[in-house]
Design a protein around this ligand. Structure first.
Ligand SMILES: Cc1cc2nc3c(=O)[nH]c(=O)nc-3n(C[C@H](O)[C@H](O)[C@H](O)COP(=O)(O)O)c2cc1C
Length: 210
């Protein structure tokens, strides 16, 4: 008879729990009509809703709370170097004092080397280079003042968004359908502060349509 031996485990206290979620580039409109880009990864989708987590003090958060709409641009693995150019920046001016190592950046499109495409249902433009672009409206906000855990003066917010338009690069859509081809879509993941690609597709669920 086989005896299963469980892998050894250690009890650890990691400073962050970014266990691997896709990188989302949120485009929002600034008060002066220009566009901000917020790289983030605390996001999950269910049906036509996407729930995101944002720390306080960011320009993208302020824009979202004011305009109640945005575009969720899903980054591709090929975009990781540009994402990292945006990483130490904020559209907020001045940058909140507790965001050490960040500087203000007014033109994040130019810094990243990306191009803006107009949206159909929201004011903020899409990022043309992103393979999936989800136009969305804000439904619900929860503020969570978790300073003790975060070490952040801004606490954090969870925001529930309703996706109202989905744009996909034609080359990741199964021809003649509304299905994304996971063999062609190459998302960028944020895993314990490292950028990773998805690797090859391994299989599919019984509910997959292609
Ligand atoms: C790959 C990546 C993932 C990030 N994930 C999040 C996140 O999930 N939530 C968040 O609040 N900030 C996240 N950040 C940090 C924000 O991008 C950072 O606070 C930035 O200054 C916000 O820009 P803004 O102030 O112009 O909105 C992430 C940054 C990077 C580079």
């Amino acid at each position: 008879m086989d005896i299963y031996r469980a892998p050894d485990t250690l009890q650890i206290r990691p400073s962050i729990l970014y266990f691997g979620t896709p990188v989302v580039l949120i485009t929002t409109r600034n008060p002066d009509g220009s566009t901000n880009i917020t790289p983030m990864s605390s996001a999950w989708a269910l049906a036509d809703r996407v729930t995101i987590g944002l720390t306080g003090g960011g320009q993208g958060l302020a824009n979202l709370l004011r305009e109640r709409e945005c575009v969720l641009n899903l980054a591709s693995a090929a975009m990781h170097e540009s994402v990292e150019r945006l990483a130490p920046t904020s559209g907020a001016n001045p940058v909140p004092s507790w965001k050490h190592g960040y500087r203000h950046e007014a033109d994040k499109f130019a810094l990243a080397g990306w191009h803006a495409s107009p949206s159909l249902r929201v004011g903020a433009p899409r990022i043309a280079e992103a393979p999936l672009q989800l136009e969305a409206r804000l439904l619900h906000v929860d503020e969570r003042p978790l300073q003790a855990w975060q070490g952040d003066a801004g606490g954090y917010f969870t925001l529930e968004l309703e996706v109202c338009e989905v744009h996909a690069h034609a080359d990741i859509v199964v021809p003649g359908s509304s299905h994304i081809d996971p063999r062609r879509y190459q998302p960028l993941f944020y895993v314990f502060r490292h950028y990773c690609g998805a690797g090859p597709a391994l299989g599919r669920t019984f509910k997959a349509e292609v």
